[in-house]
Design a protein around this ligand. Structure first.
Ligand code: G3I
Length: 321
């Protein structure tokens, strides 16, 4: 068995993918690859607040429940994504939040975290409790959470999540923290302080959205310093975008990006999982956000494996050796 999940199992690593649940329902090839290549799944969108509570007080867990059932059928673990974020909030909340008091907004956030974690209790391996709370310069992002509640919303969210599912591993998750610098240093200081205060945080997720035009100087040593705080680490949203059309030079760089990020996880003992942010270039979020870029995943537009896929296979095979 040369599937990614079988090879990863030899190193005790879970290999995951973000899942587009529309594709899972409509595309047989997509469904088959999801089931056979990966040992962990992350809902790309369907556990986000705007999806699970489109109308205040009315939950819709149906799409997320279907993915959790799929994962159970296929012996996969689930990364829950994401509880507290500034994006993809329900319209009712965005409209009402500015005129709410801090106490009102805190009560709404607490209810959301507790209700969602309780709904999935026992079924989530790792939760992304707080997502993308920092700016690239290391200051806290100016979200409704920071504006109204101040920085304490972060530790509150971890405590609420832990209360609702004491066995789930609770993660802080962000992008552009793969290399050392102001943002990564700020996250490091945050999680070190949370640990020191006894806040129930278990890990840090490094999204790892790469672009071939930017270097990735020190991922492994950066993962290691977080690990040395007594935290788990995970690469949670790996993809490697480039300008289109892809030249052979750029594809080599993409292959190198997938290889080096997986090697870093394999080299750090507390790195629990390596998750790609979807597979199949036709399903990737990248072209919709970065004009002229794409080809960021390990399968092409027709769901045929690319050299990036083979690179992950080979890296996993060596990792086990
Ligand atoms: O739900 C509507 C649907 O009703 C409508 O028909 C359709 C038309 O475009 O839009 C749908 O919403 C889209 C949603 O994905 C579901 O497909 C949103 O417009 C679109 O903005 C949204 O994009 C998601 C993005 O997060 C939102 O910020 C991407 O799929 C998803 O890959 C991306 O994932 C994030 C992680 O959660 C956090 N880290 C960064 C990563 C990439 O941006």
């Amino acid at each position: 068995d040369t599937s990614l999940r079988a090879l990863a199992a030899q190193s005790g690593l879970r290999i995951g993918t973000a899942v587009n649940t529309d594709a899972l329902a409509s595309d047989d090839a997509y469904r088959s690859i999801t089931a056979t290549q990966f040992s962990s799944v992350t809902p790309e969108n369907v556990m986000k607040w705007e999806v699970v509570e489109p109308t205040q007080g009315t939950y819709d867990w149906s799409a997320a429940d279907r993915l959790v059932a799929f994962a159970e059928q296929n012996d996969q673990l689930v990364r829950g994504h994401t509880l507290v974020w500034h994006s993809q909030l329900p319209a009712w909340l965005t409209a009402a939040a500015p005129s709410m008091s801090a106490d009102q907004l805190r009560a709404i956030l607490k209810k959301h975290v507790i209700d969602e974690v309780t709904h999935f209790r026992g079924k989530i391996w790792q939760w992304d409790v707080v997502n993308e709370a920092f700016n690239d310069d290391g200051t806290l992002r100016d979200s409704i959470w920071l504006q109204k509640l101040g920085p304490s919303y972060i530790e509150d969210a971890f405590r609420w999540a832990h209360q609702a599912d004491p066995k789930a591993l609770l993660f802080y998750n962000d992008y552009n923290i793969e290399f050392t610098g102001p943002k990564s240093n700020a996250v490091y200081a945050l999680v070190r302080d949370l640990k020191a205060k006894g806040v129930p945080i278990d890990g840090v997720g490094f999204q790892t959205h790469l672009d071939t035009q930017y270097p990735l100087p020190d991922l492994q040593s950066n993962l290691q310093r977080f690990s040395d705080l007594g935290l788990k680490v995970a690469e949670t949203e790996v993809d490697v975008r480039t300008t289109l059309p892809v030249t052979p030079v750029e594809q080599n760089a993409q292959v190198g990006g997938y290889t080096s990020t997986l090697q870093a996880c394999l080299a750090v003992r507390s790195c629990l999982s390596y998750t790609v942010w979807g597979f199949g270039d036709a399903y990737s979020w990248v072209p919709g956000v970065f004009a002229g870029e794409g080809a960021a995943t390990i399968y092409d537009e027709n769901l045929q494996p690319k050299p990036e896929y083979t690179a992950l296979q080979q890296t996993l095979a060596l990792g086990a050796g």
